[in-house]
Design a protein around this ligand. Structure first.
Ligand SMILES: CC(C)(COP(=O)(O)OP(=O)(O)OC[C@H]1O[C@@H](n2cnc3c(N)ncnc32)[C@H](O)[C@@H]1OP(=O)(O)O)[C@@H](O)C(=O)NCCC(=O)NCCS
Length: 98
């Protein structure tokens, strides 16, 4: 989690898929605190922590409606590995080698 003046303003959450693969599940920054590189910092910390735990890749899923997350993922080295069609908003599968 990220805090500003002791107030929680952002989080990044994930879990182990297996010994080598970590799944980055959920994340968000309160609207008033966006655009200050908080999500980027949390992602960097998550990947640093994952390397320390012995994970060799991070997987995630996102959707077109989360376009800022999609952009951040691509700029951070994730590649698109799959696509899950869904009636409302299809899922984009992504992976980054650590
Ligand atoms: C996606 C989200 C976490 C980004 O948080 P943030 O702290 O504002 O992001 P950062 O300031 O760290 O920005 C990192 C990069 O993301 C991209 N980005 C973030 N906000 C953007 C915007 N408004 N427009 C375009 N690109 C944006 C940029 O590439 C940016 O890098 P840059 O500043 O070098 O251009 C935030 O917008 C959010 O909580 N969105 C709603 C929840 C969500 O989408 N969760 C993910 C679901 S899969």
């Amino acid at each position: 989690m990220a805090f500003v003046d002791n107030k929680p303003v952002a989080f990044k959450l994930g879990y182990e898929l297996d010994k080598a693969r970590f799944y980055s599940w959920l994340g968000g920054v309160l609207p008033a605190y966006r655009g200050h590189a908080i999500a980027r910092a949390l992602m960097n910390l998550q990947h640093q922590w994952c390397r320390g735990q012995g994970f060799t890749s991070v997987e995630t899923k996102t959707q077109n409606r989360w376009q800022h997350m999609l952009i951040l993922n691509i700029k951070s080295g994730f590649i698109i590995t799959g696509f899950e069609p869904e009636p409302e908003d299809s899922k984009i599968l992504m992976e980054k080698k650590l």
